[in-house]
Structures are given as structure tokens and as C-alpha cells.
Design a protein around this ligand. Structure first.
Ligand code: GCO
Ligand code: MG
Length: 412
């Protein structure tokens, strides 16, 4: 059998998603996630205009060969657009292979290595009282790990904090205009690292007082510190035993982490914007990180991320796959199958999709008291309802841009 058709679906049930559909000559359908938040149409075009016709007539069983064909074949390689496009094809082919085998994908990847995947929730609050309420809510639902983000005195809306009290933080969609229509340009936020450095350690101290030592506490610094600031911060928060400190410095500078490591034993997670094993070469071989934050969607699919995680595993580094709502339910399912199968699973980020999104993507993964399981439906276990999706037109949206108090552009 061969690949008969390849098509790209762009839909916006609450936020934008790009989904690849591959159909084989014997009628099996595979789905792949190609969503790149705020740059969705570039991946859609990459797939539609440059990849789709090259796949028709190929043997759908040859997943590794197809991966290499798409990675090495076009000469230009790596980067978020290319690797998200490759990821979508790879996921769809694994979906097809597992459906034909009549098995959930994790069985083809070696079978389950655990009963379920520990996940972490997103708690935020503009002040400590609101943050504490949010954390309490998650603990009551059975979560054992919570990412905490809070407002910084003197700053307005910042990354990771819900602007409406009691509301869920969901930077999804990347901002549209206030009336819900297409954005024309990104919104802007203001940032001040000294204010953040002064404020955060006290927040962690209060959380430990209120929730004890058992709760896994995570925090995302979102690339905003310099190497020496990150070293100071990681050292200052050491007493509060974070599960991880994420993206403490701008991620492309791998050797920056040497300085942080020299000064602190706070575990480090990095890499949601990286997309190939080569982006991690120094980080892994020098043991500069503890968790790999890459998602299946942005790292060349199951094939690409498995290569990376197997390499990381040799150095005792574990997975912490990216899972905000900009990873679609298809990408989330792929993460869950891979996470269930590998030995060096660490933790899975979980930001549940909205009811609107889940009305379009039908999922079979399930949450139970702090753990997710991909389910046992053959394949990935997610279907896109194309009729339902057609009601939601793509709406241009942007992630915000960050500036320092004096107007200098800074990492968001
Ligand atoms: C995370 C991330 C996200 C990103 C988002 C950008 O740790 O989940 O930092 O919140 O900001 O994926 O599109
Ligand atoms: Mg992050």
C-alpha cells in the first residue's frame, strides 16, 4: 500500500491549529500536529506547497526513511518550521502504522514502562493569595506537581500569569485583537528582572510553608535572565527545592548553563523552542540540564524526539515534554504514547484544551488524579472532526513582545 493523499487542515476552535491528514490507498487515515504558535501558516505552506506531493505514492510503512528523506533531502534543515512539518508527517505515519497493527502507538514503541504519566498543572495568580488559591485547586484535583507563576509588584501583565483573577492562564490563542478578530501586531508587555529576582524567592518560601515539602513545584523563567542573574536566582531558590527551573536563560546559548550549574543544584529544564538533537549536544554531553522540554510537535515527531530522548537517557537526563494548548490534542497524544514507552520519562506538562477545541479533536487520553494515560485505541487515539473544524476559521494571532522599563526589547 502507499500514501494516496496528503492534506493540511487549518482550524481555530478557540485557538489556531494546523493538522496534517495522510490517507493510504487502503483507506487508513493518519493525523499529525503541525501547530507553531503565532507562525501557523508558515508550516501549513511548508507542508502543502513543498512536502505533500513528494509523499504521494510512497510506502507509508517506511517511517525512518521518510524522516531522513524530509530531514536530509531538502538540503535546508532544522528550525521550528521545518521540524514541525516533519513532525506532522512522522506522527501521521506512526498513527497509520499503529492503526494497521491494531495497537495503541505506545505498544509499537516498546510497550508501557509505567502505569501512567505524572503531569504538572499551571497555577498562576497576580498576587500570592490568588496563586495559593490556584495551587490549592490543583492539589484538590489530585495533581502532585504544579508550575507556579505570579505577578511581580510594579509590573503589569507578564508571561505565565492570568490577568483575570481566578481565571485560568492560557496564552492561547496567542493574542487576537480584543474583539476576538485577527490581530494586526503583537501586544507588548513590560519586564524588569531585578524586581522579579527580588520577589520570587519569597513566593517559593510561602508555597513551601503552605503546601509542605511533598508538592513538586516547577517554575518557568521564560528565557528572561542573563547567565549571572540565572546563577544567582537558581542559588537563591535552592532552599525551596524546586522540581525544576525552566528556561532560566535564552535557550540558544547552550554554554550559558555552565555558569548556572557551577553555582547551584536547582534542577534545570530547557528546550521547548529547540528542535533537534544537535541543539542539545552541549547541554546533554556536559550534563548542563536535567529535563528536555522539547515536544513531539516541534522536534521532528516521535522519530525525532525519540532519538533525542534516547541520547539524553544515556546521560541520566529525563523528559519533560512541552504541553501547553499550542500543542494540539494530536501532538499531546503523541507525547503521551512516547512518554509511556520510554524509560527516561520525567514529567509531562498538561494544560487541558478548551471544550471548544475538544469538540473538534476527539481524544481518548484520560486524566486521573494527577496522571495521564494515552488510552488503548489503535494509533494515536485522536481524530479530527473536519466538519466541526470547518466552522472555525483561522484567525491571525501573535505571542506578545517584551520590553524592559526603558523600552529595550527583551526576551518574552
Ligand atoms: C510552557 C511554555 C508556553 C509557551 C508557549 C508559546 O512552558 O508551556 O513556555 O507557555 O509560552 O508554548 O507558544
Ligand atoms: Mg516554558
Amino acid at each position: 500500500m502507499t500514501i494516496e493523499s496528503v492534506s493540511v487542515n487549518v482550524t481555530s476552535p478557540g485557538r489556531n491549529f494546523v493538522t496534517l491528514k495522510i490517507v493510504t490507498t487502503d483507506g487508513v487515515v493518519g493525523w499529525g500536529d503541525a501547530t507553531l504558535n503565532g507562525r501557523e501558516l508558515s508550516v501549513a505552506s511548508y507542508l502543502q506547497d513543498h512536502v505533500a506531493s513528494t509523499l504521494v505514492g510512497r510506502d507509508e510503512n517506511r517511517i525512518e526513511d521518510t524522516w531522513q528523506y524530509l530531514y536530509r533531502g531538502p538540503y535546508w534543515r532544522r528550525g521550528p518550521v521545518t521540524m514541525a512539518a516533519i513532525a506532522a508527517v512522522d506522527m501521521a505515519l506512526w498513527d497509520i502504522k499503529a492503526k494497521k497493527a491494531g495497537m495503541p502507538l505506545y505498544e509499537l514503541l516498546g510497550g508501557a514502562s509505567r502505569e501512567g504519566l505524572r503531569v504538572y498543572a499551571h497555577a498562576s495568580g497576580t498576587d500570592y493569595a490568588a496563586l495559593k488559591d490556584a495551587v490549592t485547586g490543583y492539589v484538590e484535583q489530585g495533581y502532585t506537581a504544579v508550575r507556579v507563576q505570579t505577578g511581580v509588584p510594579g509590573l503589569g501583565q507578564i508571561y505565565g500569569v492570568s490577568s483575570n483573577t481566578g481565571g485560568k492562564y492560557d496564552y492561547e490563542p496567542a493574542k487576537r485583537a480584543a474583539d476576538g478578530r485577527a490581530a494586526i501586531a503583537p501586544s507588548e508587555e513590560t519586564w524588569d528582572t531585578p524586581a522579579y529576582l527580588a520577589h520570587m524567592p519569597g513566593v517559593f518560601a510561602s508555597l513551601r510553608e503552605d503546601f509542605g515539602s511533598g508538592l513538586r513545584i516547577l517554575h518557568d523563567a521564560h528565557h528572561r535572565m542573563s547567565p549571572i542573574e540565572a546563577a544567582q536566582f537558581a542559588k537563591d531558590v535552592e532552599p525551596y527545592k524546586l522540581f525544576w527551573l525552566e528556561d532560566c536563560t535564552p535557550v540558544e546559548d547552550q554554554t550559558a548553563l555552565r555558569l548556572v550549574r557551577q553555582h547551584s543544584t536547582t534542577p534545570l529544564a530547557i528546550g521547548e523552542v529547540l528542535n533537534s538533537v544537535y541543539d542539545y549536544q552541549t547541554l546533554i554531553t556536559e550534563r548542563l540540564i536535567d529535563y528536555v522540554r522539547s515536544s513531539v510537535t516541534h522536534t521532528g515527531g516521535v522519530t525525532g524526539l525519540k532519538k533525542l530522548l534516547d541520547f539524553a537517557g544515556i546521560y541520566g537526563i529525563r523528559s519533560g515534554m512541552h504541553g501547553p494548548t499550542d500543542v494540539s490534542p494530536v501532538g499531546m497524544a503523541a507525547a503521551l504514547h512516547l512518554g509511556l514507552a520510554i524509560h527516561n520519562f520525567g514529567i509531562q506538562e498538561y494544560m487541558p484544551h478548551s471544550e471548544t477545541t475538544l469538540g473538534v479533536f476527539r481524544t481518548s487520553y484520560a486524566f486521573d488524579r494527577g496522571f495521564l494515560h494515552p488510552g488503548d485505541a489503535p494509533g494515536l487515539g485522536v481524530d479530527l472532526d473536519e466538519d466541526a473544524a470547518s466552522a472555525f476559521e483561522y484567525t491571525k494571532a501573535y505571542l506578545p513582545v517584551n520590553r524592559l522599563m526603558d523600552g529595550t526589547v527583551h526576551d518574552w
